[in-house]
Design a protein around this ligand. Structure first.
Ligand code: ADP
Length: 901
């Protein structure tokens, strides 16, 4: 900053003061049509915004200066935010004409990632949260309070709980900015690494200050649970106010307390691996994207909220499903509702802008358009024959706010300009005084437009013209040859090359009258507009309540539309175990000819799933989880029947093989995630495990996988899908009642590998490594020999464990045909896959060796050596490239042996 205060010009002193008052932000200082920054800040602005760094020169010296045009400020502010800055907009708050010397300036808005309000900054319709987190230490257990506010819509949510609970909620909401109480300042930056971490005036976190603050917002019926919640909420509101220029935020009228445990818990890992909102592949497909048939931004935000927090209240889910079912029966009503909802603007944000005094006339018209939809919605719903209590309730709560709509429609012209200060906004007939002034202006203009004709007649100059310029105002123009005919009362105004311009006293009088009328009218219009806007703001709470109803209705209509279009079925709750018949993956089935697969947890809690890579294991596991998520969000599900029970939490430990970081660190992470699952899962949870134990040596890995399965079976009782390459693990089925096995198969023909993507009961016929060898085209004799060796080893092991269960038929297989154990056979048809024609995916890996290259008459010792090498191979730790080159090498050895004979 500038060093010597006394030397500064008044403007620079003003700038320096504002910078000091907002030392956590980059101050953009309005100078006319530009926002400027000076000195060090100028260098930042120039670098980040890629604008020219210039110099400002005044009586006291030269400073670096950089500026961005105010008209286009949003795009530059966004860059500064992205670069991690908060931006303080210091506007001229006094018209330049009125200032005697220096114009007054004040910071009207502090733009931070968590407190964005302008559509220019907000991405789509997703909620943008500012979060505040505090910790209250009481005894050994600390309680964390979390408050979230979306400053653009006024939504304010509060909860509290253990560190784990609030961390999970933070992951779920992914706030753009996190404010922490002084006790958490040290760790704040690590809690939500993507968010901007803000430390603010510690006093707002003090209990009494916070409570006083909160009282100005919360309705008396909002009961917060504890001090932690009060402190977090008071602080978040104080900071939100501070960023919006310090005024009370009227539209934050709904402080809502929720219990983080009232919803299905989905942590960041689960959200990511189920691809609820973000895709892990280049396709970009997500559950949200697939289900988003909402018609308006309100609905889109609500859908996202419901998917982020599926309910665990069975009655709530059923209430939504009743409504969806009713809507799904009546196509015409549903389409009418959907069509009308498309005309609904983002009411929550509109009301936010109205209350902040930032809405323009177009916003008010958008609001009126939205309200105009409401009577049609009521009518459509009235035509629906239903017994859904939820729909009835929503219909009752559809308040069309007719008074607000009439006010706007009567006051504001239908297609108003962007600017509200230049007139053309208020409708004729709304304000008598305004109409009078406009009439005066119109009469004046009419008189002027007659003037040319009257003056031509009076002077006899046919070429005489009347015109207007910004600088000189109205004039009468006479060409040089006609100058001698100019009457006495003409006064010269301007001389041009071929003509002269004049005015008359009457013309001057009229001109003044027109101009002053126009100016007064513009000013009065602005005043009237502000009054109308304030009256609308007074109805903010009603409007927000309406927005709430519209949001929910939109999602229910969208769910019903999807249910019909995609052949979803209504799930039922209350079953002892999850049973899904012919289930599909809602996202994958959109782009693939999908093979439906069922699951039946009434057979046991833990399903062990085997099958080669790409055969469909992880798609299958995810589709079960997505079905539960969708059902508890209130949607129908992709299946022919789904009998569910409420799931309290979905855990996923998926994708070790996709992890970029390899080796020990991956394994550590895998184990850390496993630890969380084993500690926190309940018998109401759904657990997906993919390849647990792969990150370490085979014996260790198998041991961990086995112990995990046993623990889940004995201690946890969670419904678990466990995909594994450890063929040996499937032996547990015989030992434990609650463990059952499923497998996916793949076939090889002349064209390569074909995946059926169909799940079947029982374990795979052979171990993963042997199966891969077969698919890769290793000669049949080698494969069969390998298979026999594995089976012998399995039998041996089983016999050691328990002589009675060593059933050789269990793993017997002939030439790729899989034999089911007899107990499985009956139920298999019932519980599984409605058979469907399969196209099957093709492996897209490197070309496989030609299967016709079978080796003939190879000496036994070469085959023995090849087998030994295959056995030694740690498949879990072999990359596809290594596997291919090894195969190549093995084939070469077999070929060589051929040649020798
Ligand atoms: P795995 O987990 O066994 O390696 P994936 O679940 O990743 O296999 O599936 C591999 C490929 O097969 C994916 O591209 C997926 O789209 C496709 N796929 C999986 N299941 C099915 C199915 N039931 N019907 C059709 N295609 C499927």
């Amino acid at each position: 900053m500038l060093d010597v205060r006394e030397d500064l010009t008044p403007m620079m002193a003003q700038y320096t003061d504002l910078c000091e008052a907002h030392d956590d932000a980059l101050v953009l200082f309005q100078v006319g049509d530009f926002y400027e920054a000076f000195c060090a800040a100028a260098e930042t602005v120039a670098r980040v915004c890629e604008v020219t760094l210039t110099k400002r020169e005044d009586s006291t010296g030269r400073y670096p200066m950089a500026g961005v045009p105010i008209d286009n400020a949003a795009s530059y502010v966004e860059r500064l935010l992205d670069a991690g800055y908060r931006v303080a907009l210091a506007d001229q708050v006094q018209p330049a004409e009125e200032a005697s010397g220096l114009v007054d300036r004040a910071v009207t808005q502090l733009v931070t990632p968590g407190t964005l309000v302008d559509d220019a900054y907000l991405e789509g319709s997703t909620a943008n949260y500012l979060a505040a987190l505090v910790r209250e230490a009481a005894g050994t257990e600390a309680t964390y309070g979390l408050a979230l506010v979306d400053v653009s819509t006024g939504e304010c949510l509060v909860t509290s709980g253990s560190r784990e609970t609030v961390s999970e909620e933070l992951e779920r909401r992914s706030p753009a900015e996190l404010l922490t109480g002084p006790e958490l300042d040290d760790v704040g930056a690590d809690l939500v690494p993507e968010a901007m971490h803000t430390s603010y005036d510690p006093s707002v976190f003090e209990h009494d200050t916070a409570r006083a603050h909160l009282r100005r917002y919360a309705r008396p019926d909002v009961v917060l649970a504890n001090d932690a919640e009060v402190r977090a909420t008071g602080a978040v509101l104080a900071y939100a106010e501070y960023t919006q220029g310090g005024d009370h935020l009227d539209y934050v009228s709904r402080v809502t307390r929720f219990d983080a445990r009232e919803s299905m818990r989905l942590d960041a890992t689960a959200l990511a691996s189920l691809e609820l909102f973000e895709s892990r592949s280049r396709s970009g497909h997500t559950l949200m994207g697939t289900l988003d048939e909402t018609a308006c931004a309100l609905g889109r935000r609500r859908l996202e909220a419901w998917l982020r927090r599926p309910t665990v209240d069975r009655h709530e889910a059923e209430a939504r499903l009743d409504a969806v079912e009713a809507l799904s029966r009546e196509g015409v009503v549903r389409e009418t509702l959907h069509d009308r909802l498309r005309e609904v603007y983002d009411l929550e944000r509109l009301v936010g802008r109205v209350s902040r005094g930032r809405a323009n006339a177009r916003d008010l018209r958008s609001l009126a358009t939205t309200l105009a939809v409401v009577p049609d919605l009521r009518e459509a719903l009235a035509a629906l024959d239903h017994d859904s209590a939820r729909l009835a309730d929503l219909t009752d709560r559809l308040d069309d706010c007719g008074d607000v709509r009439s006010l706007v429609e009567e006051a504001i012209v239908p297609d108003p300009p962007q600017e509200v200060t230049d007139g053309g906004v208020v409708r004729e007939g709304f304000d008598a005084e305004l109409d009078d002034i406009r009439a005066t202006e119109r009469e004046g203009r009419a008189w002027v437009s007659q003037l040319e004709a009257t003056e031509r007649e009076r002077t006899g100059i046919d070429s005489l013209e009347v015109g207007y310029t910004q600088v000189h105002g109205y004039y009468i123009e006479v060409t040089n040859p006609n100058l001698e005919r100019v009457p006495e009362d003409y006064t010269r105004r301007q001389t041009l090359k071929n003509s002269e311009r004049f005015y008359t006293p009457e013309l001057k009088r009229r001109e003044d009258e027109i101009l002053s009328a126009s100016e007064r009218a513009d000013a009065l219009e602005y005043e009237v507009f502000c009054e109308v806007r304030a009256s609308v703001a007074d109805e903010g709470e009603r409007l927000q309540a309406l927005a709430d109803v519209l949001a929910e209705l939109d999602v229910l209509v969208a769910f019903a539309t999807i249910a019909v279009d995609r052949d979803y079925v209504r799930p039922t709750f209350g079953a002892e175990a999850i049973e899904i018949e012919a289930g599909r993956h809602p996202v994958v089935e959109r782009t693939t000819e999908f093979v439906p697969n069922g699951i039946d947890f009434s057979q046991g809690d833990v399903a062990l799933i085997t099958g080669p890579n790409m055969s469909g294991k992880s798609t299958y596991m995810r589709q079960v989880a997505l079905t539960c998520v969708m059902a508890q969000a209130g949607s129908f599900v992709p299946a022919s029947r789904a009998s569910l029970r409420v799931v309290d939490r979905v855990f996923t430990r998926v994708g070790a093989s996709d992890d970029i970081a390899g080796g020990q660190s991956t394994f550590m992470r895998e184990m850390a995630e496993l630890t969380d699952i084993l500690h926190a899962a309940t018998d109401r949870s759904l657990v997906l495990l993919d390849e647990v134990g792969r990150g370490t040596a085979t014996t260790d890995g198998l041991a961990i996988a086995r112990a995990t399965t046993e623990f889940i079976h004995d201690e946890v009782g969670a419904s678990t899908l466990f995909a594994t390459h450890y063929h040996e693990l499937t032996g547990l089925e015989a030992e434990y009642d609650g463990v059952f096995t499923l497998h996916f198969t793949a076939d090889r023909d002349a064209d390569g590998v074909t995946f059926l993507h169909r799940v079947a009961e029982g374990p795979s016929s052979s171990s993963y490594g042997v199966e891969v060898a077969r698919l890769a085209g290793v000669p049949d004799r080698v494969v069969e020999r390998a298979r026999a060796l594995v089976e012998a080893a399995d039998r041996h092991e089983a016999a050691e464990r328990d002589p009675d269960t060593a059933d050789p038929s269990r793993h017997a297989a002939t030439n790729g045909e899989h034999v089911r154990t007899s107990t499985d056979a009956d139920s298999a048809e019932k519980a599984f896959s409605k058979p469907r024609q399969t196209s099957g995916g093709r492996a897209k890996s490197a070309p496989l060796p030609d299967p016709s290259r079978d080796s003939h008459g190879d000496p036994n010792h070469v085959v023995g050596g090849v087998l030994a090498d295959i056995e030694r191979l740690d498949v879990a730790r072999t990359t596809p490239m290594d596997a291919l080159s090894l195969l190549h090498e093995l084939q070469r050895r077999l070929d060589d042996a051929d040649q020798e004979t």
